[in-house]
Ligand binder design. Structure first.
Ligand code: ZN
Length: 271
C-alpha cells in the first residue's frame, strides 16, 4: 500500500504537509473527529482576543494549564521518520499546521510553521517576542491557585478551566513594555496566516513534484489551498490520514494507517 508513495521518495521531490493527527501519538489532543467535525468548545477568535480583556484572561488561564503538556511532549516515530527521510535527501521539506514545534524537535530543518508556534509569545503593543517558557514562569507565580485545580486538556495547548477560576486571574504583562496584550505567536481563527509563512509554504509545494499529507483533514483553507495548487499543477497528492478530508477529490491515494506506523515503514522502504 505504501509502495506508490515510496516510488516518489527520491531526490527530494515530495513536500510534506502535516496536521494534528501526527502529534496525537505524542499525547497532544486532536480537535476533529474522523468526519472532520470539530470537537469541544468554539476556538478563540482573533478579534475577541484583541478587544476583550475577559477573552485574554480566559485564554491565558486555560493556556497556563494546557501548555505544560505541549512543553513536555516529545516527537513520536512519525516526526522522527520524516526527519530521517530529510536527512537522507528524500523530502522537499515539511510544512505543518501544528503549533507544537515537534517537527523541529525531531530534527527537521526549515519547517514552515503555517499557523505559528506556541513556543513563542508576541506583544501586540510593542511587537517584542518572548519565550513561552518564561511567560509560564510568570503565569504560575501570579496565579498559584490555578496550579493545582483539575482540568481537562484540549488541543493547541488549551485546557478547560472552570469559570469560577477566571475571576481572579492575573494576566501576564509584557516584560518589555508592561502592556497586557501578550499573544501566543500562533494564528487564531479570524486571523490571517503570516504572509511570509503562506508564501514559503506555497513555494515549497511549487518546488516539489508531489505532496504528502500526514494527519490532516485539511479543513483550514490555508492548508487546503496548497492541495489545490498541487492538483492544478498536475502533481499527485498522497495522504496518510484516518477519515475524511476536505481534499478527498484531489487525493490520488489515501492510506488509512496511523502515521506513527506508516511513516517508519515508508522510511524503511527507501533508506
Ligand atoms: Zn510589549
Amino acid at each position: 500500500m505504501l509502495a506508490p508513495v515510496a516510488e516518489w521518495l527520491t531526490d527530494a521531490r515530495v513536500a510534506v504537509l502535516s496536521g494534528a493527527g501526527i502529534s496525537t501519538a505524542s499525547g497532544i489532543p486532536d480537535y476533529r473527529d474522523s468526519n472532520g467535525v470539530r470537537r469541544g468548545r468554539a476556538p478563540m477568535m482573533f478579534q475577541e482576543f484583541v478587544s476583550a480583556i475577559s477573552a485574554r484572561k480566559r485564554y491565558w488561564a486555560r493556556s497556563m494549564r494546557g501548555w505544560p503538556t505541549v512543553a513536555a511532549a516529545n516527537p513520536n516515530a512519525a516526526h522522527r521518520s520524516l526527519a530521517d527521510l530529510q536527512a537522507h535527501g528524500k523530502l522537499a521539506g515539511v510544512i505543518t499546521q501544528n503549533v507544537d514545534g515537534l517537527h523541529s524537535a525531531a530534527g527537521s530543518p526549515d519547517v514552515v510553521d503555517l499557523h505559528g508556534n506556541l513556543h513563542r509569545v508576541r506583544c501586540l503593543d510593542c511587537a517584542g517576542t518572548f519565550s513561552r517558557a518564561d511567560i509560564q514562569t510568570r503565569l504560575e507565580a501570579q496565579n498559584p491557585d490555578l496550579r493545582d485545580i483539575e482540568v481537562v486538556l484540549a488541543p493547541d495547548g488549551d485546557a478547560q478551566v472552570a469559570a469560577e477560576f477566571l475571576e481572579g486571574f492575573v494576566l501576564p504583562l509584557c516584560p518589555r513594555c508592561s502592556g497586557e496584550r501578550l499573544k501566543p505567536d500562533v494564528v487564531f481563527f479570524g486571523e490571517n496566516v503570516a504572509a511570509n509563512d503562506a508564501t514559503a509554504a506555497m513555494a515549497r509545494v511549487q518546488a516539489a513534484d508531489a505532496l504528502l499529507v500526514v494527519g490532516s483533514s485539511l479543513m483550514a483553507f490555508s492548508a487546503f489551498r496548497l492541495c489545490q495548487a498541487a492538483h492544478r499543477a498536475g502533481k499527485p497528492i498522497f495522504a496518510i490520514n484516518h477519515g475524511k478530508t476536505r481534499a478527498d477529490e484531489l487525493i490520488a491515494l489515501k492510506i488509512d494507517i496511523p502515521c506513527e506506523r506508516a511513516l517508519p515503514l515508508l522510511c524503511n522502504l527507501v533508506t
